[in-house]
Write a protein that binds this ligand. Sequence first.
Ligand SMILES: NC(=O)c1ccc[n+]([C@@H]2O[C@H](COP(=O)([O-])OP(=O)(O)OC[C@H]3O[C@@H](n4cnc5c(N)ncnc54)[C@H](OP(=O)(O)O)[C@@H]3O)[C@@H](O)[C@H]2O)c1
Length: 383
Amino acid sequence: MAANTHTNTTHTALITGASRGLGLALARALARDGWALIVDARGADALEAARAELARQTDVIAIAGDVSDAAHRRALADAARDAGGLDALVNNASILGPSPQPRLLDYPLDVLRAVYEANTIAPLALLQAVAPQLKPGARILNITSDAGVEPYEGWGGYGSSKAALEQLSNILAAELPDQRVYWVDPGDMRTALHQEAFPGEDISDRPLPEVSVPGLLALLGGAYPSGRYRAREIGQAAEVANASEAADDAVDPVRELRVALTVEDFDAALRLYRDGFGLPVVKAWDSPEGRGVVLAAGRGTVELLDTADSAYTDTVEAGRRVSGPVRLAFEVADVCASAASLLAHGAAAEREPVRTTWSDLNQRLRAPDGMQLSLFQLTPASE
Ligand SMILES: NC(=O)c1ccc[n+]([C@@H]2O[C@H](COP(=O)([O-])OP(=O)(O)OC[C@H]3O[C@@H](n4cnc5c(N)ncnc54)[C@H](OP(=O)(O)O)[C@@H]3O)[C@@H](O)[C@H]2O)c1
C-alpha cells in the first residue's frame, strides 16, 4: 500500500481492477478531475506502475489483492474509511474464465464458481464491506457487459456471471432508493480481457477503453437515475448536452431581446402587434399601476445604423426621412400578407412594398402612435 498527499482532491472513488484496461482509463480521468483514488488488482507490479503514474496527479492508495478474497476486501474497506469515505464504488475487476471459452456442457464447474466469485459475488461483497463508508449520494457503478444480456454461444460462464450482476444491481437499485446504482455495459474495448476472449484474433479495430470513460464520468458526476446504461451512449448524450450548453453560453450570451414600447393607446397597440402579427401572449397584466403585455416575436436582433445609413434605409423604404431613434423591423414569411393584416389592425402604409437595393422585399408601415415599422422578407438574392 502506498499513498501521497495532494490538497485539491474533492471526491474519493474505489475502483477495482485499475492496473490496466477500463479501470486504469477511468482512474486516469478521475485523477485529472481531482478525485482521490483507492485502486486494486491482483498483479502487484502492474498495480504499482499505475499507482506511481496516478500519484503524480492525485492521492492514491493501491492495494494488491484479489476481489474474491474477503481479507482483501476488508483492507479496501479500511482504506475507504481512512480516506474519509467514498463518493463512488466502481466494481470493474472481472475475469473471463477459460480461454478459449468452453460451451456450457463442457464448462468446468470449479472454474465457473471462480468466475461467479470474482464477477458476481465480489462486487456485492465489496459493497457490503464499504457500505458504512459510502457518503450521502455516493454512486455505485457495476461494470457489466452485453454478454450478460445476449445469448452468445461460448459466453455461458462469463455471460451468466454478468447477467447475475445486472439483476443484483437492479434489485440493489430498488432496495436503495436513496443511492444511485448504475450497471453499465462499456461496449467492446481493446483490452487484455477482450484479447483473451478472442485468442489469436486481431482486435485492433476495437475502440480503446478511453472511449467508454466519458459515459462513466457522466454517471459519476451527473444526476442520472439508477438503472442500466451503455457507457458510449450516455457519453455521447452528455457530450451533445455539454456542447449545446457551451454553444448557448458562447453564441447566445443574451437569451432574449425585449423591445419595450411605451404606447399612448394600449388597445390600439395590442390590436396592431398582437392581432396584426398574430403574436402569442407570453404574459399579460392589468393592475392599478397600469397594463402591460409581453408578446413572443420570434428571434430578436439589434440592428445599429449610423445616421447616414438610417436615412438611406428610410429613403429606400419610405421615400423620405421618417424614422426617429427607434424603428421596429420584423422579418416575416410574406410581406404582403403581413402588411395587409397590419393595415387591417390600425397601421398605415408609408409606401408600397419595395424590392430593396440589398434584395429583400420590404414594406414600411406606421403604427398609430407614429412608430416606424419595417416588414422584410428575405429572398434568395438577399445579402
Ligand atoms: N473489454 C471488453 O470488450 C469488455 C466488454 C464488456 C465488458 N467489459 C467489462 O469491463 C471491465 C473491465 O475490463 P477490461 O476489458 O478493462 O479488462 P482488463 O484489461 O483485463 O483489466 C481488468 C483489470 O481487473 C483486474 N482484475 C481482474 N481480476 C481481478 C480480481 N479477481 N481481483 C482484483 N483485480 C482483478 C486486472 O488486473 P489483474 O489481472 O492483475 O488482477 C486488471 O487491472 C470488466 O468488468 C469487463 O467484464 C469489458
